[in-house]
Design a protein around this ligand. Structure first.
Ligand code: HEM
Length: 495
């Protein structure tokens, strides 16, 4: 069986795809093409980019870049013995992400990623569970609930800016600052606690993110984990347990309030809704403790890492494009003057929406999407083998000159001046920072509110420039990030 899975089957799939004109890096026993991937990534990882270039696709995905050049727009590569078809044709991508026949589910999680996200909303494969959890999250992160979160976002930004007062004119490392800010915002808005209370959960989750990324391309012999665990695996288990215990304590605190007779002691934030679902007498809506823990981990991670990445790149792009910084400031002062932003005004910030979209195009926090092919099926002109995977390289689509033109690597928010549909020529799948179709991001409106509030409050107070110490070395650790941080100098506006 082992030989069948590790040798015969991959060769069979390779032959089957070659007959349809799809080739790729050759399958190597057990490791597939992961060794070449790791080698290419390591070679380029620490090399800074010249002239603050935004051409980051070859830097972050050197293997996808090389193999598209060698084998064509769609090719077959190997994550160990797992066949993975990489597709870049918009029609094929649309079919996969719309998932009309429910034939392209998520891949689920295993190993390190399972410890990190469990079976929460981002990863779950179970359709019924997904529908229940999605409904709950939609309610918590849209409409009135979202509007009610704006004051907590404003307050969190005030706390950060308060600290910056002593640093005016000096260098501030913004990626680290935004990490604290985004942790504080998701803690306050979704989990009713401050960052300080949730700090140990974040620290443990950050540890798990690092271990997950470090081991992403490490292939181990099937079954070996049961006999022998690596130091990273032991560490990940410890972190997983620690996170679980801390979340259980948060749940207990809410339950105690209810037991003490406090009206709505569960709370009406996201955590409150989850705890209510845990106690729901309607079985079809009921959550288990495991569901709840996984969901909390998912939202702590999804609500922080991605937003941190986007906001950092937005600041970077505005720091090196002073004319856009000035346009954005004019808009903010027009809408809010020197007052704190409020949710009614956020919709009027058109220029900032354009800047946000262009940032997400050039530096998407999530660089690719993966789906599973359960049984043998047809995708466009291709017949795909059972138990294979599909990888959609978002970063390639966002940096493709055939889609965006020869100025593809330039920062030009004006592309989005008449909306996304116009910018993409009505081909929505070529711009997918938040995914596409039913599994697209549930936190999109939350992100837009948080980013607009943060940027408005900075622009109302400061002009900012890149510090000479900044090294342009975009990398990926779960999300895209400046590998050596983002050093910025903020100067108070002349009143
Ligand atoms: C700039 C910030 C963000 C980016 C770029 C981003 C990106 C994405 C992408 C690409 C997906 C689709 C994944 C796939 O199709 O496989 C996704 C899904 C998801 N995102 Fe986000 N996200 C961001 C912020 C957030 C925030 C703030 C939250 C929570 C408050 C969140 C929660 C989720 C969840 C729960 C899903 C899974 C939805 C489902 O499967 O139904 N995201 N996100």
């Amino acid at each position: 069986k082992l030989l069948h899975n590790l040798w015969w089957n991959p060769l069979r799939i390779q032959r089957m795809m070659a007959q349809q004109g799809i080739s790729g890096p050759p399958y190597r026993f057990l490791h597939g093409s992961t060794k070449e991937t790791i080698k290419m990534k390591m070679e380029i990882r620490n090399t800074p980019m010249n002239n603050l270039s935004h051409d980051i696709f070859p830097k972050i995905h050197p293997q996808v870049n090389t193999w598209i050049d060698t084998y064509g727009r769609n090719y077959l590569n190997w994550h160990g013995p797992q066949a993975q078809l990489v597709i870049t044709e918009p029609d094929l991508i649309k079919e996969v992400l719309l998932n009309r026949e429910k034939t392209y589910p998520k891949t689920g999680t295993k190993d390190f990623a399972k410890k990190l996200l469990g079976d929460g909303l981002v990863s779950t494969v179970d359709g019924k569970k997904w529908a229940n959890q999605r409904k709950l999250a939609n309610h918590a992160f849209h409409g009135e609930s979202l509007k009610n979160m704006a004051p907590a976002m404003v307050e969190s930004v005030h706390t950060m800016l308060g600290k910056w007062k002593n640093q005016e004119g000096k260098e501030i490392e913004v990626f680290g600052e935004f990490k604290l800010l985004t942790s504080e915002v998701i803690s306050r808005t979704a989990f009713g606690s401050s960052y300080v209370e949730g700090r140990n959960i974040f620290q443990m989750l950050t540890g798990l993110v690092t271990l997950t990324s470090k081991n992403a391309f490490n292939i181990r012999f099937p079954g070996i984990r049961k006999l022998w665990k690596t130091a990273d695996e032991v560490e990940a288990e410890k972190l997983e347990k620690g996170i679980r215990n801390s979340i259980l304590q948060m749940i207990k605190r809410r339950e105690k309030k209810v037991m003490a007779g406090e009206e709505d002691g569960f709370g009406d934030d996201f955590l409150g809704q989850l705890v209510k679902a845990l106690h729901d007498t309607d079985k079809s809506k009921k959550f288990t403790v495991d569901n709840l823990v996984d969901e909390c981990k998912t939202f702590y991670i999804a609500g922080q890492e991605t937003v941190n990445s986007m906001m950092t790149w937005m600041l970077f792009l505005l720091a090196i494009n002073p004319e856009w910084q000035e346009e954005a400031r004019r808009e903010v002062l027009n809408v809010f003057g020197n007052k704190d932003p409020d949710s009614d005004g956020l919709g009027k910030l058109k220029k900032i929406s354009m800047i946000m979209n262009e940032t997400l195009r050039l530096y998407p926090p999530v660089v690719g999407l993966t789906r599973k092919v359960g049984k043998k099926l047809r995708l466009g002109r291709l017949v795909l083998p059972a138990n294979s995977q599909i990888f959609i390289p978002t970063l390639k689509l966002h940096h493709d000159p055939e889609i965006w033109g020869e100025d593809v690597h330039e920062f030009k928010p004006e592309r989005f001046s008449e909306g996304i549909a116009k910018a993409t020529n009505n081909n929505a799948v070529v711009f997918i920072p938040f995914g596409f179709g039913p599994r697209s991001c549930v936190g999109m409106s939350f992100v837009a509110a948080e980013a607009k509030i943060l940027l408005s409050m900075i622009l109302q107070r400061y002009t900012f420039k890149l510090s000479p110490t900044y090294i342009h070395c975009p990398g990926q650790l779960a999300t895209t990030r400046p590998q050596h941080g983002l050093q910025i100098r903020f100067h108070p506006l002349q009143q």
